[in-house]
Ligand binder design. Structure first.
Ligand code: NI
Length: 190
């Protein structure tokens, strides 16, 4: 396994549309080793998720995991999940304001509107079907990662007047945001 370099905003790879992965390609030793690298890189950088495109591989694979994350200590745990060729469909119109950050955007957070309830269809890393409903902060993380597969970065969707460095987020925005997220988690479970 190897820790990969993470592309930073401005690199054109982050604006590509990632291509779909075939079942045969997914099951190859090369792709399986790549997924191991993706997970290791995400964990090393304390990410809540990492899309293949962020490590210069424009294919439709992303990793998601939250366990005591120092970047996002308010996020409920998400077990390690690999999404291959994911398709997200909001199940209603309800939105919430999510203060997001990104490993490809150094020292910036911003408020993005995300769907609260999503239907997720994808394959797992072995090609088994994933068909589930996700909610709340977990749904926000899924939408952030799948945006990467479509060449989109959270700053495209954020209200620029909410941009903040991580230090100023801690100082001025964290308390009220965490209070809102605790209320959301209490209501929708994640
Ligand atoms: Ni990101």
């Amino acid at each position: 396994m190897a820790i990969r370099k993470i592309a930073q905003i401005g690199h054109p790879v982050l604006r590509q549309i990632a291509r779909e992965v075939s079942l045969e390609e997914l099951k190859s030793a090369t792709t399986q080793a790549f997924i191991d690298d993706l997970v290791e890189t995400m964990r090393d950088a304390d990410g809540a998720g990492l899309a293949a495109i962020q490590v210069y591989e424009p294919i439709r694979i992303c990793a998601i995991e939250v366990r005591n994350n120092p970047r996002y200590p308010y996020k409920p745990p998400i077990p390690l999940t690999i999404l291959v060729n994911p398709v997200l469909t909001p199940i209603d119109d309800e939105l919430f304001d999510n203060y997001e950050g990104c490993l490809s955007v150094p020292n910036l957070r911003g408020m993005v509107q995300r769907s609260v309830h999503l239907h997720v269809k994808a394959w797992d890393r072995h090609g088994n079907p994933i068909d589930e409903l996700v909610h709340g902060l977990k749904a926000g993380t899924y939408q952030h990662e799948v945006d990467h597969l479509n060449g989109r970065i959270f700053v495209d969707r954020a209200d620029p007047s909410t941009f903040t460095t991580w230090t100023e987020f801690e100082r001025y925005h964290r308390a009220s945001f965490v209070e809102k997220m605790q209320a959301l988690v209490a209501r929708v479970g994640s």
